[in-house]
Ligand binder design. Sequence first.
Ligand code: ADP
Ligand code: ZN
Ligand code: ZN
Length: 759
Amino acid sequence: MLYAKVLVDIANTNVDKLFTYCFDNEELSVLRGQRVLVPFGAGNKKIEGYVLEITDECEVSNVQIKRIIKTLEPYAVLKNDQIELAYWMKERYKCLLSMALRVMIPAQLRGGRIKEKTEALVMLKEGITVDDVKASLMSKNGAVKSPKQLEIIELLAQVNSKMSVKDICAFIPNASAAVNALLKKGILVKSDHVLFRDPYADINIISTKPLMLLEEQQSAFDAICDGLDKKSGVFLLHGVTGSGKTEVYMQAIAKVIGEGGQAILLVPEISLTPQTVERIKGRFGERVAVLHSRLSHGERYDEWRRILLDKADVVVGARSAVFAPLQRLRLIVIDEEHESSYSSEHSPRYSANEIAIRRAKLTGSVVVLGSATPKIESYMKAKMGKYTLLTLKNRANAHKMPNVEIVDMREEFQNGNNSIFSTKLVNSLTDCFNKGEQAILFINRRGYSTFVSCRSCGYVFKCPNCDVSLVYHKYSNRLKCHYCGHSEPLPKKCPECSSPYIKSFGVGTQQVEEQVKLLFPEIKTLRMDMDTTRTKNAHYEILNKFYNGEAQVLIGTQMVAKGLDIKNVTLVGVIAADASLFHSDYRSAERTFQLLTQVAGRAGRDSEKSGGEVVIQTYCPDHSAIISASNHDYEGFYAKETAIRRSSMFPPYSLFLRLLFVGENEEELSAKSEKYLVALEKVIKNVLASQEANEAELMLMYSAPAPIKKREGLYRYVIMIKLARTKNTAQVLNAVYEYLEEHPCELLLSSEINPNDMI
Ligand code: ADP
Ligand code: ZN
Ligand code: ZN
């Protein structure tokens, strides 16, 4: 008898621990990481669970050990390193172990909601020859009755392998009845064949060879190879748009595969277009698996199984592909490492970057974080030597960086131009269309309509305590700060210039499209936004049309900013560069810089043409994010931004912890969060006192309604805690979590550090 420690798949704190079951290993083989069905609780309800340990000694006594009922798959669904990783996630993200394990397997696997797809194949029964069959057809009592049956047998004899009925019908129309008759007589035999649904069966793959690396690429590649040989290292590959980062990734992946290893390449969900997949499959062929959320459940399950059953060496995917169950993982690449989509918004609220680094440690792999605009935190880590910095300063192909012009929209307004296009942009569009080239118009909708500014002078309402803009709350007609809770009524006039034109600024893609059509009636447009990309392939179809030149201008939101590589695009217009600047988030300057750099990188990708042009329209032409982006100056932006973060004590110099309480009863909610606020303040102050630390390390602490106070019928309250980053931070956090664990509250929905989303 052997014993298995099983975690039952129930998301509940009380059962988030291992229960011991037994199994007779002569009858049932059970592996670590396998899913099993076990009787659970007093009623012995059948529950699915994960086997996390196997022992030959039973460590529990005085209770009757129950037996495992059966295994759910014939293989382990979790690798050893994934189990270790799950334990780490439980600690790090304060989530249940069962929740950590759930993100590692396809959701539909649980509860047996998905099955393998099989296809019946038929073949001639061994020993039967075409001559036998012919003889049978001649004789009166023979088994074979019709010429069609004979045809089928001749076909199978000819191809000399198994065939599906569908394939047979392609040669011999309407053959299925005859096949069935032959099966009945035992002349043909049937077997089931497992099919892997291929989401990219229809795309046309052109195979590519590695390019000769340029000098900068070569040194980056060499450094990564060094890491691979040493089985450790985190590299930050900072390369301008079009510098050939992808080529470096691909050659590093090729090295890994050549040495018998496997690799994961993460790309933002939005850039997981067939073009990206084509590029990777073109280099690595069949043994590429793809994982992202737009696949059907069946496709995703099949791709995951292909990985698990060692039919793939490269996994390309979005965030959760970082958990791909590869056995010989050696390399994890995260492209566009600054993308916020690498952080999960659901429990467990993990960051793919952190997971990659942790998983690499567990498996002896190397991590490559790539970006033209790394996160401030990442770049700081590289500067401090925690990551190895690799730099690509020049575009591959000797393309010039595009020329960027900033247009001050306040001046346009004062000169009587009320339109959403500046004179400059209209002229550039005219030129571009006349030359038969293409343009992209980018509308920055992040933070759309949440900040309030003056159209006449550009004044933006800011918090007097924090260096972030205030958010307009419609229901109370007030402006509020999400970091310190400051609030004030919306004034009728601009405090700077007394203009009454104060409004939340924002234009939509539709509005821009209408304006383009008015100005250029003969020009064909394409629009890419939430509305036009609802269906599964819409995103791809729009891009394809644009690639094929079916329209001269592509109008879109964030979606058009990523990864497009279209040679004929020579002009990029940014309609409202500011919208993301005044999002009420301390990262808004960083995000604006990243976005502008990304969109600007779409222009001038053809060496034949003269570098391309970018027009940035803005109400704050002096902002460092806009100036630095226009000069392609990451270092400059980094220096300014870190100085601001330091002086206003924003992360990474401090840390925000946000607890979200959700419930039906507002009074109860408010009282509860108030109670926890008082208790936690005591907890924190005690820790600080015990460390003889300065009390001011607790910089701020308040409880208040969330910016969106009510959502889906439930009220939402938050506790915000701001801590200076010191040697005591970890201990303070642990004390807070410990308190929350000892005093659980069913209204506490989540706790998050430096949340991406403050609403
Ligand atoms: P990034 O990922 O840094 O934005 P890409 O990898 O997309 O850049 O490369 C931009 C362009 O440069 C692509 O068309 C690519 O084929 C080309 N390229 C990359 N490396 C080389 C090289 N070593 N020699 C020639 N062309 C290259
Ligand atoms: Zn004003
Ligand atoms: Zn504030």
